[in-house]
Ligand binder design. Structure first.
Ligand SMILES: [Zn+2]
Length: 67
């Protein structure tokens, strides 16, 4: 259980833009952009996933990893 506590401290929570549930954890220095795939238009994500909570398709784009 201790491992879980540490992970929470060093990872950033990325939340579903639709319902606010946590969909993934990002490394502390990783900046990411999260959008709903259905409304993102021509915006291209690096990763697509589905929110387990509201089933929305969410696109994730990795931005600068530094600062
Ligand atoms: Zn959601």
């Amino acid at each position: 259980m201790k491992k879980t506590v540490v992970a929470k401290l060093i990872h950033k929570r990325v939340q579903c833009p639709h319902c606010g549930s946590r969909i993934i954890d990002a490394a502390k220095n990783t900046h990411s952009e999260v959008r709903l795939a259905a409304t993102a238009g021509p915006w291209q994500a690096d990763y697509y996933t589905k929110c387990w909570h509201c089933k929305a398709e969410v696109g994730l784009k990795k931005l600068n990893s530094y600062t």
